[in-house]
Design a protein around this ligand. Sequence first.
Ligand code: C5J
Length: 221
Amino acid sequence: MAIIKARPFDFDLDRDHVALIIIDMQRDFVEPGGFGETLGNKVALLQAIIPATARLLAAFRTAGLPVIHTRECHRPDLSDCPPAKRDRGKPSLRIGDPGPMGRILISGEPGADIIPELYPVEGEIVLDKPGKGAFYVTPLGDILAEGKIRQLVFAGVTTEVCVQTTMREANDRGFECLLATDATESYFPEFKQAAIDMITAQGAIVGWAATVDQIVEALDV
Ligand code: C5J
């Protein structure tokens, strides 16, 4: 065990039962010219977390610990995209429509893939998820059970949507969840701060929060 001076109190990192999960660091959300920017969002905010996220990823790789990447995307025939999700998009910029990097949030399209700076390597798990949460209709629960994982370190985007949703799902399933605060971001900085506050409130009601430096130091690599 290594103690991290996390918010709201110490997190005992258990190297034998921890995995890193990087949520949706996809080109369409993060890169200039992608779907996110086309919707009017400032992707520079998301780009700023790439170096810290890469450091966290490198530390897990060096430590030989499991890494899971997720991608929010749908089947080309949209059979896993409920109309209630698709119909809420802007006209002509909805899931499945032609976008600046291929069909928007469709698996196999360039925009749905993970940014090159954090690209998965052999042996890392890549999960396509049709929901905001990574447990919904994916094998994530079984994968974690098989790997005897009890703790999850979270990075990725966006803090208040897919990251927070997955943390809440994991917390309900009994995992100890630690959010890497400088390896997650939102298009809305106030939403990121609010999400961190919500997660750590009331004695870590959803989980803990710490910086990448703190987590890397605890991994001792
Ligand atoms: C994610 C979204 N990944 N904001 N998606 O958070 O729609």
